[in-house]
Design a protein around this ligand. Sequence first.
Ligand SMILES: *[C@@H]1O[C@H](CO)[C@@H](O)[C@H](O)[C@H]1NC(C)=O
Ligand SMILES: *[C@@H]1O[C@H](CO)[C@@H](O)[C@H](O)[C@H]1NC(C)=O
Ligand SMILES: *[C@@H]1O[C@H](CO)[C@@H](O)[C@H](O)[C@H]1NC(C)=O
Length: 283
Amino acid sequence: MHASTTFAVSILFALPCAHAWGVVGHATVATIANNYLTPGAQTYVAGILGRDVSMASVASWADDYRYTTAGKFSAPYHFIDAEDSPPTSCSVDLSRDCTKSGCSISAIANYTTRVQDTGLSDTDRMEAMEFIIHFLGDITQPLHDEAEEVGGNDISVTWDGETTNLHACWDTQMVEKIAGGENSTATVDSFANTLIAQIDNGTYESQKADWISCVDITTASDCALQWAQDANALNCQYVLQNDESGMELDGTYYTGAVPYIELQISKAGYRLGAWLNALAAAA
Ligand SMILES: *[C@@H]1O[C@H](CO)[C@@H](O)[C@H](O)[C@H]1NC(C)=O
Ligand SMILES: *[C@@H]1O[C@H](CO)[C@@H](O)[C@H](O)[C@H]1NC(C)=O
Ligand SMILES: *[C@@H]1O[C@H](CO)[C@@H](O)[C@H](O)[C@H]1NC(C)=O
């Protein structure tokens, strides 16, 4: 491989660091959510997104939009920079951590209001729905609830010998390794079905009620804060527990991370389903 190609490839690998769960993670969250929609919610979502548009296909729209001139304002909505001290102390505090430009919590509240506002244009409501589908995924990625080293973006690590960063590995490389590939309908559906089986009759059966203990769309900000706190705690429990700087993550670290990633993606999907069911019931 030419040096210039190597450079281009490493830029490509570094890019997803700015995203949340990568494309596979977000599409899996949306696919899980879709499985739990009531018939009324299926009609509601289709009425807003368009009849032939799957939630999975729009789940990463917000990541493309944030890099456009029109969508730049939405970049801070993908995370909340918790100014805590992992691994000693983890916490999210809305007044401390949500800046004037907004954060995931204010964005979830805003778009939950907007998607219900029939006075808005169809496009505005569609965008609100697409933001909700995306941000309920983002908020379960622990490094999206963390200011430390720019949510791990500044922690340089290697993945299978390639230089990348901790945040990118959580968004993309580790998720793709668990799912068994890059973005494709087959990969996403199979990963989602594995997790749905755990939610219905497996590991998560007894936990799933906790995941949706707060799905009150009239107190969206309170619920979103709880979701952020829940994910942020994992930074102390595992994600930032040791000094990961310079570590090769495709090994022991990955093995230890798998249960957390599967849990967080399952939780996001199940919760998103419940959130959309609540929106449909209120419509
Ligand atoms: C709510 O969303 C709209 C549309 O994207 C945006 O213009 C507005 O600034 C947002 N408000 C808040 C408080 O985030
Ligand atoms: C992911 O794959 C699906 C199925 O091939 C496709 O429709 C979608 O556009 C892809 N998403 C991205 C962001 O590339
Ligand atoms: C698994 O759970 C689903 C959903 O709750 C239920 O419909 C199905 O009958 C269960 N299957 C088994 C084998 O328990």
